[in-house]
Write a protein of this length. Structure first.
Length: 210
């Protein structure tokens, strides 16, 4: 696939490493293009840096890898997002990471969809820490699960195939409104990692009982 990554921080660079290793063709951007150029140089020839407005051109999907407070503005700066599958990985954290700024009756994913109605937002990867995302794939029962939710079947299938190609187990969690559940789930994972002492090498997994 041809994938555009919006954001060159910890998560954006982790996506670049993982997806380049899975033989995807990548473009990456950031508000400061020099940051994207640095990631592209570090990852190698399968990644190129582009200005934000050009990142969607010729891509099969976009990954929105910026903090929630910047997400809508970052996506609005991109040309040609109509009809494009966009992976929203955000958790709408408050400034001290102690809770969420939206929830219960809406979600970060739904608010981004309202801000950029032509895009096809799919919530995914919000329960995966950057060290897990950027590390080598795990196999068998240890495979990391990626939970995804969206309203467009084609966009969801694109995200499923993307996750599976990178060595994750993709788990369909229904419509985009179910991001209202995935985002608190992501917040709980953050609590386990930073407050509960488990570190950032953990990820939740949904297992059958018995």
């Amino acid at each position: 696939m041809k994938i555009g990554i919006i954001g060159a921080g910890n998560m954006g660079s982790a996506f670049a490493r993982r997806l380049a290793a899975a033989d995807h063709e990548l473009a990456i951007t950031a508000r400061n293009l020099a940051e994207a150029q640095k990631v592209a140089k570090e990852v190698g020839q399968r990644v190129r840096a582009l200005p934000r407005e050009e990142i969607a051109e010729g891509t099969d999907a976009l990954i929105l890898a910026v903090p929630y407070a910047q997400a809508a503005e970052a996506l609005q700066a991109v040309r040609h997002t109509d009809g494009k599958a966009v992976v929203d990985i955000t958790n709408p954290l408050n400034d001290d990471m102690s809770g969420l700024v939206v929830g219960h009756t809406t979600s970060a994913a739904e608010e981004i969809q309202r801000a950029v109605p032509g895009a096809k937002i799919v919530k995914a990867f919000n329960t995966v820490f950057a060290p897990v995302l950027g590390g080598p794939p795990k196999g068998g029962a240890a495979k990391v699960q990626v939970f995804y939710a969206g309203d467009d079947a084609g966009a969801k299938d694109t995200v499923r195939r993307l996750a599976e190609s990178a060595g994750f187990e993709a788990v369909d969690t229904g419509p985009l409104a179910n991001a209202r559940f995935l985002e608190p789930f992501g917040m709980l994972n953050i609590w386990f990692g930073y407050v509960g002492g488990k570190g950032t090498g953990v990820a939740p997994r949904w297992e059958p009982a018995g």
